[in-house]
Design a protein around this ligand. Structure first.
Ligand SMILES: [Fe+2]
Ligand SMILES: [Fe+2]
Length: 272
């Protein structure tokens, strides 16, 4: 794997966020805002899983995994920091983060469990993030141009998710994580991720006063199920996870590589 670079993004997160920052679209704004709400606590869980998984490796394995572990932790730590600032603006818009509390409750259920369970959950979530990220990088126009700062932030996050998508998976495998649990955690993650994302999106739309507008759901249907709909286009890569010979690197990362190469003026590498 190539070295994971930690990048400081050159965006101003002090400026407030407009209600419908995403191309003036209520549904897409609510959906992306929902995802953002899950990141600070969710990505901390991923960091803890990878750190603890790393500690459980033999010294020789640790030598091999160290750069990946450090790159992963550095990237996710940067993501959660920026999304916490982002979420602060959402709070001022009157949106309430219900997803975070649900993640915290579930985290308690796996407290003290074997680290391979934590990594199984993290690897499944990372696959989700990676396939959504790749979809976003191929459909960047959906972010609109009302707030180029947020568009950049989402694409940078997407590019790095695609970049580090194999780290948790490789650790899970290196620690002898079973196939049975790998798939079990993916089935559970799929249920929780999709239902939580939908519930939080609905809550955001309700606070927004746009939940019952025809235009909201027309846009939502097209965004999720249309010709280049998120769920329609990620079904195939999602299913790939269930193959016995699956590895995250089998999935194309060229959109991420391209975005990072073309937007070097948007960030400063802070190490790797
Ligand atoms: Fe992230
Ligand atoms: Fe990630």
């Amino acid at each position: 794997m190539t070295d994971l670079v930690v990048r400081r993004l050159l965006v101003d997160m002090e400026a407030p966020i407009a209600r419908h920052w995403c191309a003036g679209d209520a549904f897409r704004s609510a959906f992306f805002n929902a995802l953002s709400m899950s990141f600070p606590v969710g990505e901390q869980f991923f960091i803890d899983s990878v750190r603890d998984g790393f500690k459980a490796l033999s010294p020789e394995q640790q030598e091999r995994f160290r750069p990946d572990m450090q790159g992963f932790v550095g990237q996710e730590a940067t993501h959660r920091r920026l999304h916490a600032l982002y979420n602060g603006h959402l709070e001022k818009l009157g949106l309430s983060n219900l997803w975070e509390a649900r993640i915290r409750r579930r985290m308690k259920l796996v407290q003290g469990e074997d680290v391979r369970h934590w990594l199984g959950i993290t690897a499944a979530n990372e696959h989700f993030t990676a396939i959504f990220a790749d979809h976003l990088l191929h459909n960047a126009d959906l972010l609109g141009d009302l707030d180029p700062r947020l568009a950049t932030m989402w694409l940078w996050h997407a590019a790095e998710e695609s970049e580090h998508k194999a780290v948790a998976f490789d650790l899970y495998k290196a620690l002898g994580g079973s196939e049975e649990w790998r798939l079990k955690w993916m089935r559970r993650t799929t249920f929780f991720f999709l239902s939580d994302a939908l519930r939080q999106t609905i809550s955001n739309l309700r606070s927004d006063g746009t939940l019952w507008k025809w235009s909201t759901w027309k846009s939502g249907a097209s965004f999720l199920f249309g010709q280049r709909g998120l769920l329609r286009q990620t079904l195939q890569p999602w299913r790939a996870y269930f193959r016995a010979d699956f590895h995250p690197n089998q999935q194309d990362s060229s959109a991420s590589v391209r975005w990072l190469a073309e937007h070097g003026d948007q960030f400063v590498p802070v190490g790797g």
